[in-house]
Design a protein around this ligand. Sequence first.
Ligand code: PHE
Length: 344
Amino acid sequence: MDLVTALENLLVELEAGLQKAFSPEDMEVLRVDVLGRKGRLAQIMSRLPSLAPADRPAVGQAANSVKERCNAFFKARRSALLLQSEAAALQRFDPSLPARAPWRGSLHPTTLVTEEVCGIFTEMGFEVASGPEVENDYYNFEALNMPPDHPARDMQDTLYISDKVLLRTHTSPVQVRSMLTRTPPLAVIVPGKVYRRDSDLTHTPMFHQIEGLMVGESVTMAHLRGTLTAFVRGVFGAGTEVRFRPSFFPFTEPSAEVDISCCMCGGRGGHKDEPCRVCNGTGWVEILGCGMIDPEVFAAVKYSDAVSGFAFGLGVERVAMLKYGIGDLRMFFENDARFLRQFA
Ligand code: PHE
């Protein structure tokens, strides 16, 4: 067979071979077979020296043109395959599928509860106030009837910055600051961060409190009870019961701790074989501390004996845990999106 015929056959075979090539790998195998260094074209050309010198240029020319056409075949096949795969992808694409909704941020449960509680109190006429988180010993303790060496200071594991400067252990110093900058009658509600040297499953070194304070000419424990009942029913529902237990705080007298009927078991305590885990089967959960402002505190802010008032302080995370049925305090600080998204 003469070389020109061999070259032409090569083209015909390549065209047939390409019809069976469906991937870049298939194409590469073919390319090496036809155009590779030891490929079919090279083999044909290796026979060139056996021709009479006069015949060689014509065969050389034929070889060049075959090579160019081979390349053109490869190129055409490559774009045909690309078109096919694009068409297939388009067929898999279902334009009627609903779009994936973009992730939207949401308020943290701590923020939600803070806003709800402050909303309830501002509706009752309270004014929102705030104070510094880095506080003087005087406002955090002394003006609140806890002089140096007062045993009640041990109740609070204080983080000190220096001898007289500390991270506030409660929002109660804002009671003092509010009274110093206002004259009675006054009613303030104070949300904020507080800090204690405490860290375990049920305590974090930072948490949130809301302080409430009302001072006027004849503010009584009945006002305290009525105000707190309205607050508790606003947050936990109209059927929630409230109970006061005697307690002690240096800055209130008398003092009380307030329990609400357990929102988990409806105050029934669960079953006797399986007591409610939130209230340990008692039907009640503690929610805040409160009392009538101690005369020593009024003396510290130079208020007259004619006024009386109440104060209370509650933990925001605790309220949120009870309200939303959150079992683990750490959830509030880990910022796991799967947790936070549930409050969107
Ligand atoms: N400050 C108290 C605490 O952190 C709570 C409290 C506030 C109690 C106001 C009585 C009155 O435990």
